[in-house]
Design a binder for this molecule. Structure first.
Ligand code: ARG
Length: 459
Protein backbone atom coordinates (compact mmCIF):
# COMPACT_ATOMS: atom_id res chain seq x y z
CA UNK A 1 0.00 0.00 0.00
CA UNK A 2 1.34 3.42 -0.98
CA UNK A 3 1.86 6.10 1.65
CA UNK A 4 -0.30 8.36 -0.50
CA UNK A 5 -3.05 5.73 -0.92
CA UNK A 6 -5.81 7.71 0.85
CA UNK A 7 -7.16 9.52 -2.20
CA UNK A 8 -7.17 6.54 -4.51
CA UNK A 9 -9.84 3.91 -5.02
CA UNK A 10 -7.51 1.29 -6.48
CA UNK A 11 -3.93 0.19 -6.49
CA UNK A 12 -1.61 1.54 -9.16
CA UNK A 13 -1.06 -0.69 -12.15
CA UNK A 14 2.06 -2.85 -11.75
CA UNK A 15 3.57 -1.23 -14.85
CA UNK A 16 3.02 2.23 -13.44
CA UNK A 17 4.67 1.23 -10.19
CA UNK A 18 7.76 0.00 -11.97
CA UNK A 19 7.80 2.95 -14.32
CA UNK A 20 7.46 5.45 -11.53
CA UNK A 21 9.89 3.93 -9.08
CA UNK A 22 13.33 5.43 -8.64
CA UNK A 23 14.63 3.28 -5.78
CA UNK A 24 16.91 1.38 -8.18
CA UNK A 25 19.06 4.46 -8.52
CA UNK A 26 18.18 6.79 -5.65
CA UNK A 27 18.84 4.26 -2.87
CA UNK A 28 22.47 5.37 -3.05
CA UNK A 29 21.34 8.57 -1.30
CA UNK A 30 20.19 6.75 1.83
CA UNK A 31 22.83 8.34 4.05
CA UNK A 32 21.90 11.82 2.90
CA UNK A 33 18.20 11.07 3.25
CA UNK A 34 18.67 9.96 6.84
CA UNK A 35 20.95 12.90 7.63
CA UNK A 36 18.31 15.27 6.28
CA UNK A 37 15.54 13.57 8.24
CA UNK A 38 17.56 13.72 11.45
CA UNK A 39 17.99 17.47 11.01
CA UNK A 40 14.34 17.94 10.14
CA UNK A 41 13.19 15.93 13.17
CA UNK A 42 15.52 17.89 15.47
CA UNK A 43 14.03 21.13 14.15
CA UNK A 44 10.44 19.87 14.48
CA UNK A 45 11.04 18.96 18.08
CA UNK A 46 13.01 22.13 18.92
CA UNK A 47 10.25 24.35 17.55
CA UNK A 48 7.57 22.32 19.34
CA UNK A 49 5.94 21.19 16.08
CA UNK A 50 6.32 17.64 17.38
CA UNK A 51 6.96 16.52 20.94
CA UNK A 52 10.50 16.03 22.21
CA UNK A 53 9.59 12.42 22.90
CA UNK A 54 8.54 11.78 19.31
CA UNK A 55 11.66 13.62 18.15
CA UNK A 56 13.79 11.26 20.22
CA UNK A 57 12.00 8.16 18.89
CA UNK A 58 12.44 9.32 15.32
CA UNK A 59 16.13 9.94 15.90
CA UNK A 60 16.70 6.51 17.37
CA UNK A 61 14.62 4.84 14.67
CA UNK A 62 16.54 6.58 11.89
CA UNK A 63 19.87 5.66 13.44
CA UNK A 64 18.97 1.98 13.67
CA UNK A 65 17.78 2.03 10.06
CA UNK A 66 21.10 3.60 9.09
CA UNK A 67 23.06 0.91 10.92
CA UNK A 68 20.94 -1.88 9.51
CA UNK A 69 21.41 -0.67 5.95
CA UNK A 70 25.17 -0.46 6.47
CA UNK A 71 25.37 -3.92 8.02
CA UNK A 72 23.22 -5.38 5.26
CA UNK A 73 20.47 -6.39 7.68
CA UNK A 74 18.02 -4.09 5.95
CA UNK A 75 17.71 -4.44 2.18
CA UNK A 76 16.10 -1.85 -0.07
CA UNK A 77 12.65 -2.93 -1.19
CA UNK A 78 12.71 -2.88 -5.00
CA UNK A 79 8.96 -2.23 -4.98
CA UNK A 80 9.29 0.96 -2.94
CA UNK A 81 8.60 4.13 -4.88
CA UNK A 82 11.82 5.81 -3.87
CA UNK A 83 14.39 6.00 -1.08
CA UNK A 84 12.41 8.68 0.75
CA UNK A 85 9.24 6.58 0.90
CA UNK A 86 11.22 3.49 1.77
CA UNK A 87 12.90 5.02 4.80
CA UNK A 88 9.76 6.73 6.04
CA UNK A 89 7.75 3.51 5.73
CA UNK A 90 10.48 1.53 7.47
CA UNK A 91 10.60 4.10 10.27
CA UNK A 92 6.88 3.89 10.84
CA UNK A 93 7.11 0.11 10.80
CA UNK A 94 9.70 0.33 13.57
CA UNK A 95 8.46 3.13 15.82
CA UNK A 96 4.76 3.44 14.97
CA UNK A 97 2.92 6.76 15.25
CA UNK A 98 5.97 8.92 15.87
CA UNK A 99 7.28 7.84 12.47
CA UNK A 100 4.15 9.21 10.85
CA UNK A 101 4.98 12.66 12.23
CA UNK A 102 8.38 12.96 10.55
CA UNK A 103 6.93 14.26 7.29
CA UNK A 104 5.19 17.21 9.00
CA UNK A 105 6.15 20.48 7.29
CA UNK A 106 8.10 18.66 4.61
CA UNK A 107 7.47 17.30 1.14
CA UNK A 108 9.40 14.87 -0.97
CA UNK A 109 10.04 17.81 -3.23
CA UNK A 110 12.23 19.66 -0.76
CA UNK A 111 13.47 16.35 0.62
CA UNK A 112 14.82 15.14 -2.72
CA UNK A 113 16.25 18.56 -3.56
CA UNK A 114 18.06 18.42 -0.24
CA UNK A 115 19.32 14.85 -0.64
CA UNK A 116 20.82 15.49 -4.07
CA UNK A 117 22.59 18.60 -2.84
CA UNK A 118 24.02 16.72 0.14
CA UNK A 119 25.04 13.81 -2.06
CA UNK A 120 26.66 15.95 -4.73
CA UNK A 121 28.47 18.02 -2.12
CA UNK A 122 30.04 14.86 -0.67
CA UNK A 123 30.95 13.59 -4.12
CA UNK A 124 32.39 16.95 -5.11
CA UNK A 125 34.86 16.84 -2.24
CA UNK A 126 35.90 13.33 -3.27
CA UNK A 127 36.34 14.44 -6.84
CA UNK A 128 38.53 17.35 -5.79
CA UNK A 129 40.78 14.93 -3.91
CA UNK A 130 41.08 12.68 -6.95
CA UNK A 131 41.91 15.63 -9.18
CA UNK A 132 44.52 16.74 -6.69
CA UNK A 133 46.07 13.24 -6.73
CA UNK A 134 46.49 13.53 -10.48
CA UNK A 135 47.92 17.04 -10.24
CA UNK A 136 50.40 15.76 -7.67
CA UNK A 137 51.54 13.03 -10.05
CA UNK A 138 52.07 15.70 -12.71
CA UNK A 139 54.22 17.72 -10.29
CA UNK A 140 56.28 14.68 -9.32
CA UNK A 141 56.86 13.74 -12.94
CA UNK A 142 57.54 17.37 -13.78
CA UNK A 143 60.31 17.53 -11.16
CA UNK A 144 62.01 14.62 -12.91
CA UNK A 145 61.74 16.01 -16.43
CA UNK A 146 62.70 19.67 -16.15
CA UNK A 147 65.51 19.04 -18.67
CA UNK A 148 63.76 16.51 -20.86
CA UNK A 149 63.64 18.33 -24.18
CA UNK A 150 60.74 17.51 -26.48
CA UNK A 151 59.18 19.20 -29.48
CA UNK A 152 56.30 21.53 -28.75
CA UNK A 153 53.64 21.37 -31.46
CA UNK A 154 51.10 23.53 -33.20
CA UNK A 155 48.87 21.91 -35.83
CA UNK A 156 50.60 18.70 -34.68
CA UNK A 157 53.67 20.01 -36.53
CA UNK A 158 56.90 20.38 -34.62
CA UNK A 159 57.05 24.04 -33.64
CA UNK A 160 59.41 25.08 -30.84
CA UNK A 161 61.36 23.26 -28.17
CA UNK A 162 59.74 22.69 -24.78
CA UNK A 163 60.33 20.14 -22.06
CA UNK A 164 58.23 17.22 -20.94
CA UNK A 165 57.84 18.92 -17.55
CA UNK A 166 56.50 22.04 -19.27
CA UNK A 167 54.02 19.97 -21.26
CA UNK A 168 52.82 18.13 -18.13
CA UNK A 169 52.38 21.36 -16.22
CA UNK A 170 50.03 22.61 -18.94
CA UNK A 171 47.70 19.81 -17.87
CA UNK A 172 48.19 20.77 -14.24
CA UNK A 173 46.90 24.24 -15.09
CA UNK A 174 43.83 22.76 -16.76
CA UNK A 175 43.12 20.48 -13.82
CA UNK A 176 43.54 23.31 -11.32
CA UNK A 177 40.80 25.19 -13.13
CA UNK A 178 38.70 22.02 -12.90
CA UNK A 179 39.17 21.97 -9.14
CA UNK A 180 38.23 25.64 -9.04
CA UNK A 181 35.08 25.00 -11.04
CA UNK A 182 33.93 22.25 -8.69
CA UNK A 183 34.60 24.43 -5.66
CA UNK A 184 32.62 27.16 -7.33
CA UNK A 185 29.71 24.84 -8.05
CA UNK A 186 29.66 23.76 -4.43
CA UNK A 187 29.50 27.39 -3.34
CA UNK A 188 26.19 27.88 -5.14
CA UNK A 189 24.95 24.38 -4.32
CA UNK A 190 25.51 24.86 -0.63
CA UNK A 191 22.13 26.30 0.37
CA UNK A 192 19.41 24.25 1.99
CA UNK A 193 16.07 23.81 0.21
CA UNK A 194 14.65 21.97 3.23
CA UNK A 195 11.54 23.71 4.52
CA UNK A 196 10.38 24.89 1.09
CA UNK A 197 8.01 21.93 1.41
CA UNK A 198 6.01 21.02 -1.71
CA UNK A 199 6.41 24.48 -3.27
CA UNK A 200 4.72 27.08 -1.09
CA UNK A 201 6.43 26.80 2.27
CA UNK A 202 4.33 26.00 5.30
CA UNK A 203 2.12 27.44 8.02
CA UNK A 204 4.11 25.64 10.73
CA UNK A 205 6.64 27.72 12.66
CA UNK A 206 9.64 25.97 11.10
CA UNK A 207 13.22 27.11 11.50
CA UNK A 208 14.98 26.75 8.18
CA UNK A 209 18.15 28.38 9.47
CA UNK A 210 18.44 25.67 12.05
CA UNK A 211 18.25 22.76 9.59
CA UNK A 212 20.58 24.55 7.18
CA UNK A 213 23.02 25.00 10.01
CA UNK A 214 22.87 21.39 11.23
CA UNK A 215 23.51 20.15 7.69
CA UNK A 216 26.50 22.43 7.11
CA UNK A 217 24.88 24.72 4.55
CA UNK A 218 25.64 28.41 4.21
CA UNK A 219 21.98 29.13 4.83
CA UNK A 220 18.51 28.30 3.54
CA UNK A 221 17.57 28.98 -0.10
CA UNK A 222 15.70 32.23 -0.69
CA UNK A 223 12.52 31.29 -2.53
CA UNK A 224 10.43 28.18 -1.93
CA UNK A 225 9.35 27.73 -5.58
CA UNK A 226 12.92 27.96 -6.79
CA UNK A 227 14.11 25.65 -3.99
CA UNK A 228 12.15 22.68 -5.29
CA UNK A 229 12.41 23.38 -9.01
CA UNK A 230 16.10 24.22 -9.23
CA UNK A 231 18.57 21.70 -10.62
CA UNK A 232 21.14 24.27 -11.75
CA UNK A 233 23.66 22.73 -9.39
CA UNK A 234 23.37 19.35 -11.17
CA UNK A 235 23.90 21.03 -14.51
CA UNK A 236 26.79 23.13 -13.25
CA UNK A 237 28.47 20.06 -11.85
CA UNK A 238 27.83 18.06 -15.03
CA UNK A 239 29.36 20.91 -16.97
CA UNK A 240 32.44 20.99 -14.71
CA UNK A 241 32.64 17.20 -15.13
CA UNK A 242 32.41 17.54 -18.91
CA UNK A 243 35.35 19.91 -18.88
CA UNK A 244 37.36 17.48 -16.76
CA UNK A 245 36.61 14.75 -19.28
CA UNK A 246 37.52 17.04 -22.16
CA UNK A 247 40.89 17.62 -20.51
CA UNK A 248 41.44 13.93 -19.76
CA UNK A 249 40.40 13.12 -23.31
CA UNK A 250 42.93 15.52 -24.83
CA UNK A 251 45.59 14.09 -22.55
CA UNK A 252 44.53 10.56 -23.57
CA UNK A 253 44.74 11.51 -27.21
CA UNK A 254 48.34 12.59 -26.68
CA UNK A 255 49.17 9.49 -24.68
CA UNK A 256 47.77 7.31 -27.45
CA UNK A 257 49.90 9.16 -29.99
CA UNK A 258 52.99 9.08 -27.75
CA UNK A 259 52.65 5.28 -27.40
CA UNK A 260 52.60 4.76 -31.16
CA UNK A 261 55.69 3.63 -33.07
CA UNK A 262 55.47 6.93 -34.92
CA UNK A 263 56.19 8.88 -31.71
CA UNK A 264 57.40 6.39 -29.09
CA UNK A 265 57.74 9.13 -26.47
CA UNK A 266 56.40 6.96 -23.66
CA UNK A 267 55.68 3.36 -22.92
CA UNK A 268 52.80 2.40 -20.68
CA UNK A 269 53.39 -0.13 -17.97
CA UNK A 270 52.26 -3.64 -18.92
CA UNK A 271 49.74 -3.51 -16.09
CA UNK A 272 48.06 -0.56 -17.77
CA UNK A 273 48.14 -1.86 -21.35
CA UNK A 274 46.20 -4.50 -23.18
CA UNK A 275 46.96 -6.97 -25.95
CA UNK A 276 45.26 -8.01 -29.14
CA UNK A 277 43.45 -11.31 -29.60
CA UNK A 278 45.10 -11.87 -32.98
CA UNK A 279 48.21 -9.68 -33.31
CA UNK A 280 50.83 -11.02 -30.91
CA UNK A 281 53.04 -7.94 -31.10
CA UNK A 282 50.34 -5.49 -30.00
CA UNK A 283 50.38 -3.45 -26.83
CA UNK A 284 47.42 -1.12 -26.83
CA UNK A 285 46.66 2.00 -24.77
CA UNK A 286 43.07 0.85 -24.09
CA UNK A 287 42.79 2.79 -20.85
CA UNK A 288 43.52 6.10 -22.55
CA UNK A 289 41.16 5.21 -25.41
CA UNK A 290 38.37 4.35 -22.99
CA UNK A 291 38.82 7.59 -21.11
CA UNK A 292 38.54 9.41 -24.44
CA UNK A 293 35.48 7.31 -25.29
CA UNK A 294 33.77 7.81 -21.96
CA UNK A 295 34.00 11.56 -22.42
CA UNK A 296 31.01 11.24 -24.73
CA UNK A 297 28.92 9.70 -21.93
CA UNK A 298 29.54 12.62 -19.65
CA UNK A 299 28.74 15.14 -22.40
CA UNK A 300 25.56 13.12 -22.98
CA UNK A 301 24.66 13.35 -19.30
CA UNK A 302 25.07 17.13 -19.42
CA UNK A 303 22.84 17.31 -22.51
CA UNK A 304 20.22 15.09 -20.83
CA UNK A 305 20.08 17.38 -17.82
CA UNK A 306 19.86 20.57 -19.84
CA UNK A 307 17.18 19.13 -22.09
CA UNK A 308 15.24 17.58 -19.22
CA UNK A 309 14.92 20.98 -17.54
CA UNK A 310 14.30 23.26 -20.49
CA UNK A 311 10.52 23.02 -20.69
CA UNK A 312 9.55 22.63 -17.05
CA UNK A 313 7.05 25.03 -15.53
CA UNK A 314 7.53 25.83 -11.85
CA UNK A 315 7.76 24.09 -9.50
CA UNK A 316 8.46 20.32 -9.20
CA UNK A 317 7.68 18.04 -12.13
CA UNK A 318 8.26 14.31 -12.18
CA UNK A 319 10.59 14.77 -15.15
CA UNK A 320 13.10 15.92 -12.56
CA UNK A 321 13.47 12.39 -11.25
CA UNK A 322 15.56 11.85 -14.40
CA UNK A 323 18.26 14.12 -12.98
CA UNK A 324 19.75 11.42 -10.82
CA UNK A 325 20.78 8.76 -13.31
CA UNK A 326 22.43 11.40 -15.47
CA UNK A 327 24.40 13.17 -12.78
CA UNK A 328 25.29 9.92 -10.97
CA UNK A 329 26.56 8.44 -14.22
CA UNK A 330 28.64 11.54 -14.88
CA UNK A 331 30.21 11.42 -11.42
CA UNK A 332 30.80 7.65 -11.49
CA UNK A 333 32.40 7.91 -14.91
CA UNK A 334 34.76 10.73 -13.97
CA UNK A 335 35.78 8.98 -10.75
CA UNK A 336 36.36 5.71 -12.58
CA UNK A 337 38.44 7.45 -15.22
CA UNK A 338 40.57 9.33 -12.69
CA UNK A 339 41.12 6.18 -10.62
CA UNK A 340 42.63 4.43 -13.65
CA UNK A 341 44.19 7.34 -15.51
CA UNK A 342 46.32 8.58 -12.60
CA UNK A 343 48.19 5.31 -11.94
CA UNK A 344 48.49 4.70 -15.70
CA UNK A 345 50.32 7.99 -15.99
CA UNK A 346 52.46 7.63 -12.90
CA UNK A 347 53.73 4.19 -13.98
CA UNK A 348 54.55 5.04 -17.59
CA UNK A 349 58.13 5.02 -18.85
CA UNK A 350 59.30 8.26 -20.42
CA UNK A 351 61.54 7.67 -23.44
CA UNK A 352 63.63 10.83 -23.20
CA UNK A 353 65.98 9.88 -26.03
CA UNK A 354 63.13 9.58 -28.49
CA UNK A 355 61.75 12.92 -27.43
CA UNK A 356 65.17 14.49 -27.84
CA UNK A 357 65.63 12.89 -31.27
CA UNK A 358 62.25 14.11 -32.43
CA UNK A 359 63.14 17.59 -31.19
CA UNK A 360 66.36 17.48 -33.23
CA UNK A 361 64.39 17.10 -36.45
CA UNK A 362 61.83 19.56 -37.71
CA UNK A 363 63.77 22.82 -37.36
CA UNK A 364 62.11 23.71 -34.07
CA UNK A 365 65.00 26.11 -33.34
CA UNK A 366 64.26 28.24 -36.41
CA UNK A 367 62.59 30.95 -34.31
CA UNK A 368 65.70 31.04 -32.14
CA UNK A 369 67.85 31.44 -35.24
CA UNK A 370 65.74 34.41 -36.34
CA UNK A 371 65.83 35.83 -32.80
CA UNK A 372 69.66 35.59 -32.92
CA UNK A 373 69.73 38.00 -35.85
CA UNK A 374 67.08 40.24 -34.34
CA UNK A 375 69.15 40.60 -31.19
CA UNK A 376 72.02 41.77 -33.44
CA UNK A 377 69.86 44.55 -34.82
CA UNK A 378 68.25 42.88 -37.86
CA UNK A 379 64.51 43.64 -38.04
CA UNK A 380 62.47 40.56 -37.03
CA UNK A 381 60.64 40.27 -40.37
CA UNK A 382 63.97 40.28 -42.25
CA UNK A 383 65.49 37.81 -39.82
CA UNK A 384 62.43 35.61 -40.26
CA UNK A 385 62.82 35.62 -44.03
CA UNK A 386 66.56 34.90 -43.95
CA UNK A 387 66.01 31.98 -41.57
CA UNK A 388 63.23 30.65 -43.76
CA UNK A 389 65.60 30.61 -46.70
CA UNK A 390 68.25 28.82 -44.60
CA UNK A 391 65.69 26.18 -43.62
CA UNK A 392 64.82 25.69 -47.27
CA UNK A 393 68.53 25.23 -48.07
CA UNK A 394 68.87 22.70 -45.26
CA UNK A 395 65.91 20.71 -46.51
CA UNK A 396 67.33 20.69 -50.01
CA UNK A 397 70.75 19.49 -48.80
CA UNK A 398 69.51 17.13 -46.12
CA UNK A 399 71.06 19.25 -43.35
CA UNK A 400 69.81 20.77 -40.10
CA UNK A 401 70.42 24.27 -38.78
CA UNK A 402 72.99 22.69 -36.47
CA UNK A 403 74.95 21.12 -39.35
CA UNK A 404 74.68 23.93 -41.90
CA UNK A 405 78.24 25.29 -42.51
CA UNK A 406 79.03 28.77 -41.19
CA UNK A 407 79.84 29.99 -44.72
CA UNK A 408 76.25 29.40 -45.74
CA UNK A 409 75.08 31.35 -42.71
CA UNK A 410 77.39 34.23 -43.45
CA UNK A 411 76.38 34.26 -47.10
CA UNK A 412 72.76 34.60 -46.04
CA UNK A 413 73.55 37.39 -43.57
CA UNK A 414 76.91 38.78 -42.46
CA UNK A 415 75.61 39.19 -38.89
CA UNK A 416 75.94 35.43 -38.33
CA UNK A 417 78.93 34.27 -36.25
CA UNK A 418 80.25 30.96 -34.92
CA UNK A 419 78.22 31.40 -31.74
CA UNK A 420 75.03 30.73 -33.74
CA UNK A 421 75.58 26.99 -33.14
CA UNK A 422 75.51 27.42 -29.41
CA UNK A 423 72.50 29.74 -29.54
CA UNK A 424 70.41 27.28 -31.54
CA UNK A 425 71.32 24.19 -29.53
CA UNK A 426 68.04 22.86 -28.17
CA UNK A 427 69.22 22.90 -24.58
CA UNK A 428 70.08 26.58 -24.86
CA UNK A 429 66.84 27.34 -26.70
CA UNK A 430 64.90 25.84 -23.83
CA UNK A 431 67.07 27.33 -21.10
CA UNK A 432 66.71 30.82 -22.56
CA UNK A 433 62.92 30.68 -22.78
CA UNK A 434 62.57 31.88 -19.23
CA UNK A 435 59.71 34.31 -19.85
CA UNK A 436 56.96 33.81 -17.25
CA UNK A 437 55.13 30.57 -18.07
CA UNK A 438 57.83 29.41 -20.46
CA UNK A 439 59.66 26.05 -20.66
CA UNK A 440 63.04 27.03 -19.11
CA UNK A 441 63.78 24.60 -16.28
CA UNK A 442 64.04 27.41 -13.69
CA UNK A 443 60.66 28.74 -14.83
CA UNK A 444 58.90 25.37 -14.85
CA UNK A 445 60.31 24.77 -11.37
CA UNK A 446 58.57 27.97 -10.30
CA UNK A 447 55.34 26.76 -11.95
CA UNK A 448 55.54 23.46 -10.10
CA UNK A 449 56.08 25.28 -6.80
CA UNK A 450 52.95 27.35 -7.47
CA UNK A 451 50.94 24.24 -8.25
CA UNK A 452 52.16 22.58 -5.08
CA UNK A 453 51.00 25.64 -3.12
CA UNK A 454 47.58 25.20 -4.70
CA UNK A 455 47.54 21.56 -3.61
CA UNK A 456 48.05 22.65 -0.02
CA UNK A 457 45.00 24.93 -0.08
CA UNK A 458 42.03 23.99 2.04
CA UNK A 459 38.88 22.78 0.28
N1 ARG B 1 11.64 10.20 -6.53
C1 ARG B 1 11.28 11.56 -6.72
C2 ARG B 1 12.37 12.27 -7.50
O1 ARG B 1 13.41 11.78 -7.56
C3 ARG B 1 11.09 12.24 -5.40
C4 ARG B 1 10.21 13.43 -5.45
C5 ARG B 1 8.83 13.02 -5.72
N2 ARG B 1 7.92 14.09 -5.61
C6 ARG B 1 6.67 14.03 -6.13
N3 ARG B 1 5.95 15.07 -5.98
N4 ARG B 1 6.24 12.99 -6.75
O2 ARG B 1 12.17 13.32 -8.03
Amino acid sequence: MKLWAGRFSKEADERVNDFNSSIRFDSRMYKQDIRGSLAHAAMLSETGIISAEDGEKIKEGLLTIYEDIISGKLQFDPDAEDIHMFIEAELTKRIGDAGKRLHTARSRNDQVALDIRLYLRDESYELIEKLKDLIKVLCDMGDMHLDTVMPGYTHLQRAQPVTFAHHLMAYASMLMRDVGRIKDTVKRMNFSPLGACALAGTTYPTDRDMTADILGFDGPTLNSLDSVSDRDFCIELASALSLIMMHLSRFSEEIIAWCSWEFKFIELDDAFSTGSSIMPQKKNPDVAELVRGKTSRVYGDLMSLLTMMKGLSLAYNKDMQEDKEAIFDAIDTVKLCLDTFTPMLSTCRVLKENMRNAAARGFINATDCADYLTKKGVAFRDAYKITGQLVAQCIEKGLTLETLPIEEYKAACPEFDEDIYEKISLEVCVRERKSAGGPAPCEVKRQIAKVREFLMEEL
